[in-house]
Design a protein around this ligand. Structure first.
Ligand code: NAD
Length: 514
């Protein structure tokens, strides 16, 4: 059975064809009619279904209802909210395979990564269930007798979640599972490149919540950035906008939300480097770099885009890396053994072409890759994973930009300070890694003058974060933190409470009044 056909059947098992937003009658013609979007498989370019878009009126209804739902949901005790999230996690377990295949079909991730993405949603649901009994506030000793001073965390309001195409389920889940136990209502605006995954995931969460007596906690608005995205971002009824995507988008969203003094949680572009030091375990480094650079066809925010090699091992390492690249199976993401699927769109392929050309013009040497592909006759957006070596002392200006494609730029260095400076010299600050068995080198990399990124790995590649830690980056990556640790605090409002249980008025700072 053709794997894409197989995954189309999983659309039915998810009930997508019955969703009022979805039509399996695909309009003919070059462009979909106004008010519709037709997601296509990036593997075969075949249309998958037609999706009806929201407009200003349906957006307004969603937000008005979300505000009403919030009034009820915030009064539900957090551990009870946790039980709703627990049941959602269980439902994701049941539909893991179908959802994972839908991710593969819609955005071209290989099967293992599509399933991994749903596993991430399950993991964060589990995390959120425990969290629902641990939304701790601190108690501080009051300087005044007969007074109690403490902090509590309260639900914030409807939260807008804007997601990128490349993690069409997991990023929403990171936000939604935490925000739901925190007592917030979710308004998800997915990428128009992956609306079906969003409809399927949101429908599962909403169905479970409704069944348990809490309809309306999980809501979806699907629409153009100008009509729906901008409206959400500017909406004062939405106290927090959590937005994942390019730095360009983050600059716009950050500005509009700041204008209304709202809160943002920004998870933006990365330009991540791996340093391979002279004493590294090269076998481990090689495997890790290949996975981090070509996994998801280089379309992870944490993909390795720059390789900073000690000059003593550079030639040897690159020789082995090129051999590894040439053995990578590229093709149908749902077929057994495929390691690299397609890019998301024609625009992404054009961006890849432009970046390869620019690197060559700037003096880089293409060691492997650099061209478009049609593996097995597939007509989708396939490109060759590419390694480009920079001449000594040339930092390749194009390597300072995030090109969302499998292009790895290799540089050499002489001492560790130089390598760390190279790691830090780009505008973005998401992920970073060092391979070394020398404790002094690795500790320097992790120290105050080391990597300036939000994520720092030792003897691991730059991608593949666990949900337990806070995830996010510095500088142009936006500064937001999602997922584990204390990221939940972004979804709540903090209240400092002081209670006097004495009979006298006691003022702080010992002030005597009257
Ligand atoms: P994108 O910026 O094109 O779009 C992201 C989302 O923002 C989409 O839903 C889009 O519709 C929305 N958007 C764009 N302009 C908007 C506006 N003016 N108002 C409201 N919404 C708007 O990004 P993409 O191509 O989908 O994803 C790739 C980018 O996302 C890369 O830069 C990648 O590094 C980044 N990313 C970052 C993280 C992270 O956690 N740091 C995770 C995944 C992806």
């Amino acid at each position: 059975m053709h794997s894409e056909l197989h995954s189309r059947r999983s659309l039915h098992s998810l009930g997508l064809q019955a969703d009022p937003r979805v039509s399996t009658e695909i309009p003919t013609g070059a462009a979909p009619p106004h008010g519709w979007v037709v997601p296509r498989s990036p593997t075969s370019l075949a249309p998958i279904a037609a999706v009806r878009l929201d407009d200003a009126a349906s957006y307004e209804t969603t937000i008005t209802q979300a505000t009403e739902t919030f009034r009820r949901w915030r009064e539900v005790p957090a551990p009870v909210r946790g039980q709703v999230v627990r049941a959602i996690g269980e439902e994701f377990r049941i539909h893991k395979e179908a959802l994972g295949e839908l991710v593969s079909l819609e955005v071209g991730k290989i099967r293992a990564e599509g399933l991994g993405e749903i596993q991430e949603a399950i993991d964060i649901a589990d995390f959120a269930v425990g969290l629902s009994r641990q939304l701790y506030g601190m108690t501080m000793p009051s300087e005044r007798g007969m007074h109690r001073l403490y902090e509590q965390w309260l639900p914030l309001g409807p939260v807008g979640v804007i997601t990128a195409f490349n993690f069409p389920a997991a990023v929403w889940a990171w936000n939604a599972m935490l925000a739901a136990v925190c007592g917030d209502v979710l308004i998800w605006k997915p990428s128009l490149l992956a609306p079906l995954t969003a409809i399927a995931c949101n429908a599962i969460a909403e169905r479970v919540a409704s069944r348990m007596g809490h309809p309306g906690v999980f809501r979806l608005v699907i629409g153009n950035d100008a009509e729906v995205g901008e409206r959400l971002v500017a909406d004062r009824r939405v106290p927090l906008i959590s937005a994942t995507g390019s730095c360009r988008m983050g600059r716009r969203v950050g500005q509009v939300v700041a204008q209304r003094l709202g809160r943002t949680l920004l998870e933006l572009g990365g330009n991540n480097a791996v340093i391979v030091h002279e004493d590294a375990d090269l076998d481990l480094a090689l495997k890790s770099v290949v996975f981090a650079a070509v996994g998801t066809a280089g379309q992870r925010c944490t993909s390795t885009r720059r390789l900073i090699l000690h000059e003593s091992i550079a030639d040897r390492f690159l020789e082995r890396l090129v051999a590894a690249y040439r053995s990578i199976r590229i093709g149908d993401p749902l077929a057994e053994g495929t390691l690299v699927g397609p890019l998301i769109s024609a625009a992404a392929v054009e961006g890849y072409d432009r970046a390869v050309k620019a690197a060559s013009e700037q003096g880089g040497k293409v060691l492997t890759g650099g061209k478009r592909l049609s593996p097995g006759g597939l007509t989708g957006y396939f490109v060759e994973p590419t390694v480009i070596r920079a001449p000594k002392g040339n930092r390749l200006p194009i390597a300072h930009e995030e090109t969302f494609a499998p292009i790895l730029h290799a540089f050499t260095y002489r001492d560790l300070d130089e390598a760390i400076a190279m790691n830090n010299e780009v505008d973005q600050g998401l992920s970073s890694a060092i391979f070394s068995l020398n404790m002094r080198a690795t500790e320097r990399f992790l120290g105050p003058s080391g990597s300036d990124c939000g994520l720092a790995y030792v003897n691991l590649g730059t991608s593949g974060a666990e949900i337990g830690g806070a995830f996010g980056g510095e500088k142009d990556t936006g500064g937001g933190r999602e997922s584990g640790s204390d990221s939940w605090k972004a979804y709540m409002r903090r209240q400092t409470c002081t209670i006097s249980y004495g009979t006298e008025l006691r003022l702080a700072q010992g002030i005597q009044f009257g």
